[in-house]
Write a protein that binds this ligand. Sequence first.
Ligand code: AMP
Ligand code: ZN
Length: 500
Amino acid sequence: MIRIYNTKERAKADFNAIERGRVGMYVCGPTVYNRIHIGNARTFISFDVIRRYLMWRGFQVTFVQNVTDVDDKIIARANEEGRTAAEVAAEYTEAFVADMRAAGVMDPDVRPKATEEIPAMIELIEELVRGGHAYAVDGDVYFSVRSYPAYGELSGRNVDEMESGHRELRAESAGVDVSDRKRDPLDFAVWKAAKPGEPAWESPWGPGRPGWHIECSAMSRKYLGLPFDIHGGGADLVFPHHENERAQSEAACGCTFANYWMHGGMLQINAEKMSKSLGNFMLLHDVLETTRPQALRMLMLQTHYRSPLDFSEERLAEADAALVRIENAVRGLDWAVGHAQDVPSPLDTRTLIERTRETRTAFVLAMDDDFNTCAALGAVFTFVGEVNAQVADKTVSITDVAALKGARQLIVELMGALGVSVEAPSAQEPEFPAEVAELAQKWAGYAGTDAAGAVEALLAARTQARKDKQWDVADGIRDGLAGLGLAVEDTPQGPRVSRA
Ligand code: AMP
Ligand code: ZN
């Protein structure tokens, strides 16, 4: 049974899907006025992992993520750059999609854009006005917080305390208060009257644009129906964004909005939240220039999604090294399987098969417990260590092949469930550099261009040279490979080349 920490309950609860075998998930998307930073990416990667795991557990997941493509910040950037807000939003929407794909995040099933969903928002606002939950003032429309008694429940706030806080703030700022138009200082805008030069849409209250919160209320309802299973976002969205989304949606429909509210912890740098406004951010796009996406994801997986994550270059390098350990184990297993011989088994295959089964169980238990990726990875690493110890320096028997393939398959499958591919050597880092072909031409008369073929030819030539006691040739090959960062290792199965 999967258990999920529900922000609303401030506790873990069993996950019961509304419709058996199906999950509807809505994760708030970005405001597209800049490329996203790795803090934003953390939240999106966390929910990608959650989505993939639910799929791996057999759920059919419908994943919806909006793009906020009309907003004050987009308009401000457009004004600064002498462009239209639509141009700015189009540029960064495209960049967002590209960045997410580069990070190995699956495309959502639906990616609605706010500007294309205005009719659904107007419809929802009209329902709120009709129901006495919203009121229009000179072209603006405000949600009446006091009309929804459960306001504050999600974020654990008390409405009366919030109200007095507002009053003090107002007294301090001596008079000039833009919220004077509201009936209650707690009320918030669901529709904003157009200001000159701003993008605007026709509405029953005059030209204007939607408030941020109403977007998500309208789009989630349209694409998932109410209630839906999981609503997610970063912890910084709990208040006011999600509190307000919930208030609007539940006030309008008189039903539950989302059953499980999930919030990801913040990515920090030097113990401070990474944010566009603090200026301490690193763009995902820039980080992925020098880091492979699986390594960034490994870093994310090493911390539970709800905990803060301290980012540093060192931790990123460590995550990459951890990934290499898993990749090497998979390659080691392939090597062992490829070189199995008709000899008595040197392995404890019974234990290997048993541990393969136990590792799967440990992984599932960890992930079922509110997606504890950290413990799940721990299970994989323990297993990888055991497999390495069993297989190292041994000529395995053909009778071991099935157990070894089972172990390999498990590692690849479990990492895949987290969205980390450990099978193919990454395109950025080919197994052998292309220059080995030249080296093979020199020492082995190799005429091809394939690097793996060249390595095979070099090793064959070296073996022959050693047999013929041509030490200068054997050493020349070894030194040539070393010059390319490759080491020759003599194993019982024959020589093998790996990155030094
Ligand atoms: P925004 O474009 O600011 O609305 O942010 C998009 C998503 O990124 C939201 O789900 C935020 O909660 C999330 N987010 C923003 N900053 C961070 C951070 N430092 N760490 C993790 N998530 C973040
Ligand atoms: Zn939202």
